[in-house]
Design a protein around this ligand. Structure first.
Ligand code: HEM
Length: 431
């Protein structure tokens, strides 16, 4: 962790005794209380804390659900019904977990786009970013396996379609793909055996995510946070202690997020799901349109945009893997898109492309949707492989503020100016 001086002073004798033997309170205080936080952070920086909340909420509600769930093909569907109707507050816990998965992805997408806009992936935060990509992958695997557990029609057919993708490896070595699929299924078709192992892994993976998040936050505290100006902290006036300043701002962001979360839980608990999943899994009836949950739709659109099965699978996985290379693909000298007049436009086009792919993933795989999906898939990859390297070279960035303090307080931050800005910079309370 970063080795800035901790102001921790144990106030009790037992606190002092403990601190000399295991300085965990000192560590927590140094990292989460007086940790220097850039003073210009905006609300997009509250999503990291929101994600932590989502992770804990999913763990707690998931553990309670697991106490009442039955991972068998005969009982799983009814178990969810029992939880919703007969378990005390089961309706709320189940809704919190199902809605919570969607909210987790809302927050992670905001967090990732924030990182892409402000160049948070650029040096020295490459490892932090790559750990994030691994977290994202683990989140997707967890959500995919969790969606199988209610054992409704969409659960069953979603698992069938996605696990079947591995059979495309038969195109490289005949037989290998099929063998992998049967190994994943634990038989010759998706069955209760598959459900049971998905339940086991769905319980395990969130703890792997917890481990990855610890590393993620550790890496963050080594490099310090990026900020909207993309500048490093140089002097004391560039930062504020995390508590109370960043914590208070995080609390406001969290409250707004919780309002949205609660609105879905209490008024629209099933809105984000699919109506077909209220029918028990039936291997003999295929739903007319098999669609994944909304947060997978852009990747599903890319998968279907490619006419070849193996090609589609490669493109889909590449669309996530390519994120990890962003730190080296981006050649710009400045981090934040705020000061990048050309890149900024391409970034917003990228956001539009991702949303459009999300829409197209929900549409049937026919014209004109397929052609549009191909166009946006091409743009998705061009953003990383062409725009990031080329625009970074040809673009002249706008003049940057001299410091983080100047970004917030104006030129007065350096002592030359008058008024509120200069006064605030000098104020010891704001330091
Ligand atoms: C469970 C999921 C995650 C949790 C709990 C988490 C947590 C956090 C926290 C607490 C912060 C500091 C506050 C902030 O900057 O918002 C942070 C920063 C960061 N995260 Fe995550 N994160 C998660 C997923 C991801 C993913 C998927 C990525 C990217 C693919 C990512 C990339 C980053 C980056 C680059 C930063 C530094 C941002 C900056 O300082 O500008 N994180 N994360």
């Amino acid at each position: 962790m970063s080795n800035h001086d901790s102001s921790y002073q144990p106030t009790t004798r037992i606190g002092k005794w403990f601190d000399e033997r295991l300085p965990i309170m000192r560590l927590m205080h140094g990292q989460f209380v007086d940790f220097p936080t850039p003073r210009n952070l905006n609300y997009m920086w509250t999503f990291g804390g929101i994600l932590m909340f989502c992770l804990v909420a999913q763990l707690v509600t998931g553990i309670v659900l697991a106490m009442h769930y039955q991972a068998s093909a005969d009982d799983a569907f009814n178990a969810i019904d029992q939880i919703r109707r007969n378990v005390n507050y089961g309706w709320m816990i189940q809704a919190m977990h199902a809605v919570g998965a969607s909210m987790f992805f809302v927050a992670v997408y905001a967090h990732i786009f924030r990182g892409l806009y402000y160049g948070s992936y650029k040096a020295p935060r490459e490892i932090l970013w790559i750990l994030g990509v691994f977290i994202f992958l683990a989140m997707m695997a967890t959500a995919f396996m969790g969606y199988a557990l209610p054992w409704g029609q969409m659960s069953f057919w979603g698992v069938t379609v996605i696990t079947n993708l591995f059979s495309s490896l038969d195109q490289i070595i005949p037989g290998v793909g099929t063998a992998i699929v049967q190994w994943l299924w634990g038989g010759y078709s998706v069955s209760g055996t598959t459900l049971n192992r998905f339940f086991s892994l769905h319980y395990l993976l969130p703890f792997v995510i917890v481990g990855l998040v610890v590393l993620h936050v550790w890496a963050l505290h080594v490099t310090g946070q990026n900020n909207p100006a993309g500048l490093d902290i140089k002097t004391k006036s560039d930062s504020v202690p995390m508590y109370p300043y960043a914590v208070a701002k995080d609390a406001v962001g969290m409250f707004a997020f919780l309002l949205l979360f609660a609105w879905f839980v209490f008024y629209l608990p099933d809105y984000l799901g699919h109506s077909d999943n209220f029918n028990p899994a039936n291997p003999l009836v295929t739903p007319p349109h098999i669609v994944p949950e909304w947060y997978f739709l852009p990747f599903y659109a890319m998968l279907r945009a490619i006419p070849d099965k193996l090609g589609g699978v490669i493109v889909m996985f590449a669309s996530i893997a390519i994120l990890a290379f962003a730190p080296w693909l981006d050649t710009a000298r400045v981090r934040s898109a705020k000061y990048r007049p050309i890149f900024k436009w391409f970034f917003w086009l990228f956001v539009i492309a991702c949303c459009a792919l999300g829409y197209l993933g929900a549409m049937p795989a026919e014209e004109p949707y397929v052609t549009w999906a191909r166009i946006f898939t091409a743009y998705y990859f061009a953003f990383f492989l062409v725009i990031m390297p080329v625009v970074g070279i040809i673009e002249t960035p706008k003049p940057l503020p001299r410091s983080i303090a100047e970004d917030v307080l104006g030129a007065g931050a350096h002592g030359g100016g008058k008024g509120a800005g200069a006064a605030a910079a000098a104020s010891p309370e704001k330091r």
